[in-house]
Write a protein that binds this ligand. Structure first.
Ligand code: IPD
Ligand code: CA
Ligand code: CA
Length: 268
């Protein structure tokens, strides 16, 4: 069986190639289709995912994949228990509108646990990587989460799910609670980068609901490996397939959970 560093090398190769394809399309203009009322897909998403599927199939034919755009036939992990979880473009709405905040995000799950992560932002040439137990890195430099102790000294971030037209009261209600307590709250449009920014200390905390595994699998490992904490909104054990995430530098985690709990109590 290949040694895990070879898996990291493969993950890096995929996201760097993804970045080249993304930039090519970004510069010449993209063809956009609607998957839902506000949920977009471009020809670049499909081109990147096709490259990824071919590369993994040729290198690791026994591994399974889970990726956003062509996943109808994706299977659960087989005997080897290796599953590559990929978002070809995280931040598609930004990408489609010419806003340069997007990335490719790839995680390798082995026997149900994410072990390897690579996220690449091609417009800033920032490569975020992590291996479980081996630390988190940005372009090879070790990452540590921030030292903020209180919400009032923290910059937080969130995202809005694609059902937000139906769930705006709930989503914006929680947003308003955080706005009322934090130094600032941002909404950047790429959950994978939001998590990388928590890992690198640019943000102190992030929360979002109704996400998919490909949005958060890599970023969550980066936060943990940078010394941060990841859980559900109210402090339950984090599950990459569970749909929600609260990630922080650890120091403000309890305070963020208290905000989420107060909101949940009012809304149930
Ligand atoms: C989306 C982005 C966004 C988040 C959405 C995701 P996509 O992924 O991560 O920040 O708020 O919930 O679905 O569609 O750009 O891959
Ligand atoms: Ca995504
Ligand atoms: Ca995507």
């Amino acid at each position: 069986m290949p040694h895990p560093p070879l898996f990291l090398a493969t993950a890096i190769e995929v996201v760097l190639r993804a970045g080249d394809i993304q930039l090519e399309h970004f510069k010449r203009g993209v063809r956009i289709e609607k998957k839902g009322v506000i949920d977009l897909v471009t020809d670049a998403d499909v081109a990147v995912e096709t490259m990824f599927r071919k590369l993994i199939a040729s290198r690791y034919p026994e591994h399974v994949v889970l990726a956003e755009e062509l996943h109808e036939t994706d299977q659960s992990p087989n005997g080897s228990g290796h599953r590559w979880i990929f978002d070809p473009i995280d931040g598609t709405t930004n990408f489609a509108h010419g806003l340069p905040i997007f990335c490719a995000s790839l995680a390798l799950e082995i026997a149900g646990r994410v072990e390897v992560a690579a996220v690449y932002d091609p417009t800033r040439r920032e490569l975020f990587t992590a291996e479980r137990g081996g630390g988190a890195f940005l372009n090879g430099t070790r990452l540590r989460v921030s030292k903020a102790e209180d919400l009032v000294d923290s910059v937080l971030c969130t995202g809005f799910p694609y059902d937000v037209h139906e769930t705006a009261a709930d989503v914006v209600g929680l947003f308003a609670r955080f706005v009322g307590q934090a130094r600032a709250v941002r909404r950047l449009g790429s959950a994978a980068l939001d998590l990388c920014y928590v890992a690198s200390g640019r943000l102190d905390g992030f929360w979002e609901q109704r996400l998919e595994a490909w949005d958060i699998a890599a970023g969550a490992l980066l936060v943990e490996e940078a010394g941060g904490r990841v859980s559900t909104l109210v402090g339950g054990e984090f599950n990459v397939h569970g749909g929600e995430v609260l990630a922080s530098n650890g120091r403000i985690h309890e305070a963020m959970m208290a905000v989420a709990r107060a909101h949940k109590e009012e809304h149930t």
